[in-house]
Design a protein around this ligand. Structure first.
Ligand code: FAD
Length: 323
């Protein structure tokens, strides 16, 4: 049965996050010939609408307002509810990001709708759309189907493959005027942590360090490997607690959940709370000097050795290979 689906295009630093394009691919599977509409909220987002269409959306709806320049729960809820009221979609897709996780339950509960969160796969089985999501910190997966009524879905970044950009695609772009009022939060300034390079939650390659990295200096060794592979540096909580790196790098149950193509765990023991954030990575390589370390139980490739010998060696070899 065809469905009309809307997808929030998530804007960060003036650009669309990749999960927005992955959302469109997810929407196409669900829509089954219905209309896929991209929604853009922000201050100056009009120019991003064609990009959502080039990645597969049929049309785009925009709400532009200076009060939407930064995310606030009140402002975005008001704008998004106005879009939902106009479009009356069957399914609404957000990224399973900080914004998506905050906004989707808020609006879903306001509308009395259901929410399937943290979806990692969507497939059509006959007439039925089946949503797969991890449970028990990623140790098992459950499959959900939609019954009647409007439903919200959040998709985990890096799991659903987006379409190739097609610059020939065009579609209708329209605006809605919404009076954004009674904001309980006003963002006066956004102070950014200076995190170098690729965004961890969307990185295809992550070089992650644990307590075994031993110092801030040690993390520079990992950064070199990440630079060669075009990846990002992550960390265990052990490393963050020891102040070897910033907490924004923490991966795990109480940190970021990542699904890169390649995860290289260096000096990480593989505690269950760490695995909760990375065990769905496509390929895991573990470097640890303890052959009994738990990380080897989930690794596709294991290197028993001192990371201060192995990582520089790998970096050099890959550097030579990739030039
Ligand atoms: P360790 O367990 O100390 O392991 C260090 C490893 O480095 C060892 O295996 C050692 O063999 C190896 N090593 C040492 N030197 C070298 C060397 N030179 N070369 C190679 N290997 C070396 N943890 C997370 O990571 N993320 C979370 O989100 C998280 N949430 C938590 C939530 C709760 C409620 C609790 C209770 C804990 C949480 N933890 C989390 C902590 C978790 O239980 C572990 O304590 C933590 O993951 C351990 O970090 P680690 O592997 O870096 O350190």
């Amino acid at each position: 049965m065809t469905k009309n689906v809307i997808v929030l295009g998530e804007v960060r630093d003036g650009d669309l996050r990749n999960v927005s394009f992955e959302g469109i691919a997810a929407a196409k599977t669900i829509a089954d010939g219905g209309v896929v509409t991209a929604v853009l909220l922000g201050e100056q987002v009009n120019h991003l609408a064609p990009l959502m269409i080039q990645y597969g959306a049929d049309r785009a709806v925009i709400v532009e307002d200076s009060k939407l320049a930064s995310y606030t729960p009140d402002g975005y809820s008001q704008a998004f509810l106005a879009v939902v009221e106009q479009e009356k979609p069957d399914v609404i897709i957000f990224g399973h990001t900080a914004i998506g996780k905050d906004l989707s339950p808020k609006i879903a509960s306001r509308l009395g709708s259901g929410l399937i969160s943290d979806v990692v796969a969507i497939e059509a089985v006959g007439e039925t759309i089946v949503f797969t999501r991890p449970i028990y910190s990623g140790k098992a997966f459950e499959k959900k189907i939609i019954s009647d009524g409007m439903i919200f879905v959040t998709i985990r970044p890096n799991n659903i493959v987006s379409f190739e950009k097609d610059t020939a695609r065009t579609g209708d772009v329209s605006s809605i005027s919404v009076e954004i009022k009674d904001l309980r939060t006003i963002v006066r300034e956004v102070a950014k942590k200076a995190v170098k390079g690729v965004d961890l939650s969307e990185a295809k390659v992550i070089i992650s360090g644990g307590r075994g990295v031993k110092s801030k200096e040690g993390f520079k060794t990992l950064q070199k490997l990440a630079d060669v592979l075009g990846g990002a540096v992550g960390a265990s909580r052990g490393a963050c607690d020891a102040d070897y790196c910033d907490y924004s790098l923490q991966i795990g149950q109480t940190g970021k959940v990542v699904t890169p193509d390649l995860y290289i765990a260096c000096g990480i023991s593989g505690a269950i709370q760490h695995l909760a954030g990375m065990s769905n990575s496509k390929i895991v390589v573990a470097i640890n000097k303890d052959p009994e370390a738990n990380i080897f139980n989930i690794a596709d490739y294991g290197i028993v050795g001192d990371l201060f010998e192995v990582v520089p060696m790998l970096t050099e070899e890959l550097q030579n290979l990739l030039v």
